[in-house]
Design a protein. Structure first.
Length: 256
């Protein structure tokens, strides 16, 4: 029975954190690998449609470097999969593969904008979201035409140009009941809400309208300008609705 507390999630403190120090609380052998539990981590575990971070641990007391090949979350404990055992109590410096993380954040933040716009303009829900190696796919429970797709693409890039902040909040149960937000599943415990305002003035005052308000567990860019290009590259009928494929940021630039 684990006696340590839930892992402190540093990616919620700063989604752009690339290095951090952590203490090894447990090392669990599993087949040909080991699951490492730290007291705190900036590695994001797979979840919410976003893949797990990869990177490495540098053991502070030696020159050893251990690759982190997967990260998973179970019962609020984050398990880092490595190929070598580590002693409990070891202090490590975790190093995130931030290039991959940033590309993932560009796509995930772009998905929030597109899904929010589809919902507000056409009333459709995002019922499926996958960030694959080729492109992001979003499944909506309604039919979108080519004109609809181009309208959403234009408005999504307008949101990028406005460079508004991605706002994270943790509303109480009472506040959550009054909040109109998107979510693909029933939620329990503390809910994290990511909001994208329509505009922010020079004094930092946020508008009353939003591109999106959605429950989400993943790290995002600081501001929408970091997303770069949002390109809807294809769409097709799928299970009575529409599947839309998208590229954002660096991957959209590379594609075009």
């Amino acid at each position: 029975m684990n006696t340590y507390e839930n892992t402190k999630r540093l990616y919620y403190i700063d989604s752009h954190m690339q290095r951090f120090e952590g203490k090894v609380l447990d090392c669990i052998e599993k087949e040909n690998s080991y699951l490492i539990v730290l007291d705190q981590t900036a590695f994001f575990p797979e979840g919410g449609g976003q893949s797990a971070d990869k990177g490495e641990f540098k053991i502070n007391s030696s020159s050893a470097i251990i690759e982190v090949i997967d990260v998973q979350d179970k019962d609020d404990i984050i398990y880092h999969t490595v190929t070598n055992p580590m002693e409990i109590g070891t202090i490590v410096t975790g190093c995130i593969d931030f290039d991959a993380r940033f590309i993932a954040m560009q796509h995930h933040s772009g998905e929030h904008i597109v899904s929010g716009l589809v919902h507000s303009n056409f009333g459709y829900d995002n019922v499926g979201f996958h960030m694959g190696s080729d492109a992001v796919t979003m499944d909506f429970n309604g039919i979108l035409t080519e004109d609809d797709i181009r309208k959403i693409e234009y408005l999504a890039n307008e949101a990028v140009y406005k460079n508004v902040p991605m706002i994270e909040t943790y509303p109480s149960k009472e506040e959550l009941k009054k909040l109109d937000y998107r979510s693909k599943k029933e939620l329990t415990g503390q809910v994290r809400i990511v909001s994208i305002p329509d505009s922010v003035d020079r004094e930092g005052n946020i508008s009353d309208s939003y591109y999106d308000v959605c429950a989400c567990c993943a790290p995002h860019v600081y501001r929408t300008g970091e997303i770069g290009i949002i390109k809807l590259i294809s769409f097709m009928k799928y299970k009575g609705g529409t599947r839309v494929s998208m590229l954002c940021g660096y991957e959209a630039l590379e594609d075009y």
